[in-house]
Design a binder for this molecule. Sequence first.
Ligand SMILES: NC(=O)c1ccc[n+]([C@@H]2O[C@H](COP(=O)([O-])OP(=O)(O)OC[C@H]3O[C@@H](n4cnc5c(N)ncnc54)[C@H](OP(=O)(O)O)[C@@H]3O)[C@@H](O)[C@H]2O)c1
Length: 259
Amino acid sequence: MTISPKNIVITGGSSGIGAALAKHYSGTGIILHISGRNQARLTEVADQCRKLGATVYDVIVDVSNMDAMTNWFALICQQTGVPDLVVANAGIAGGSINANSPATIDDVATRDIMAINIAGVLNTLLPVIPRMVEQHHGQVAIISSLAGYRGMPSSPAYSASKVAVKAYGEALRPRLAPYGVNVNVVMPGFVKSRITDSNDFSMPMIMSADTAAGIIADGLKKNRARIAFPLPMAFAMWLVGVLPPGVIDPLLKRLPSKI
Ligand SMILES: NC(=O)c1ccc[n+]([C@@H]2O[C@H](COP(=O)([O-])OP(=O)(O)OC[C@H]3O[C@@H](n4cnc5c(N)ncnc54)[C@H](OP(=O)(O)O)[C@@H]3O)[C@@H](O)[C@H]2O)c1
C-alpha cells in the first residue's frame, strides 16, 4: 500500500525537520497547513513552499495551547476539509538538567518540554482523529526520537517525552487501523536543525533535515508502523532500551547532556 497525501498539516513547520517535510511535500495540487511560533521563519518556509507550487496556510499557534490548537483544526477543516496527513512534529529539547550541577533539575524547562512534546502532540492529534475516523480516512505521524527507546540520563525530560509519544502512537495504531486511520511513529537519530545546532558534542551519523524528510516521507508512504533511522543508530538505541539497567546505566551516565 502507498499513500499520497494532498491536504497536509505539519506542526513546527518553521524550521528543521518540519520545514524540510513541508518543502518535500510541496507541489501543484498540494495543500499545506504549517504552524510555528516564529513569524519570520514560518513566512520564509511558506513562501518557499508556494514557489514549489503548494497552496500554503501558515499560522502562528503554540502547540501547548489546547484551545488555540482546537480552533486551528476547526478552521483547517472548514478551509480545506479534513486533512489526509497530520505530522505532530513541533518539539523542543534540552535544558531540563544543569550540566554543571547534575543533581539540579530545571523545573521550568522540564515542564516546558512535557507541555510541548507531550501535551502538544495530544493537542495536535485529539481534535483531528475523530474527524478522520468519521471519514474513515487519514494518517497521523508522531515525531518521537531514537531517544524514545528509553529514559536517558543525558536528557531526562526530553527522552521521557519521546518515550511517551512513541508509546501513545504504538497504542493508537492497531486501535485506529480498522477505522481507516493510519498512525506512524517516527524516531530520527541526529538531524541537523536548530535543536542540534547548539550541541557541542559529537553526533554520530548526523544527517541533513532534507535527507531525514525524504526517509520520513518514504516511511509514511509505505505506512510503516515505526520509522527509525539511521538503521545502525536505531539498532544501537533499541539495544540500549532492552539491556538491563545494571548493564547500561553506567555507560549512559557518561553521555554528554543536552543543554
Ligand atoms: N534534530 C534532531 O536531531 C531530532 C532527532 C530526533 C527527533 N527530533 C524531533 O524532531 C522535531 C523537530 O525538531 P527539529 O530538530 O526540526 O528542531 P527545530 O529546527 O528547532 O524545529 C522545531 C520546530 O518546532 C516548533 N516549535 C517548538 N515549540 C513549539 C511550540 N510550542 N508551538 C509550536 N511550534 C513549536 C518550532 O517553531 P518556532 O521556532 O517557530 O517556535 C520549529 O518549527 C522535534 O519534535 C524533535 O524533538 C529531532
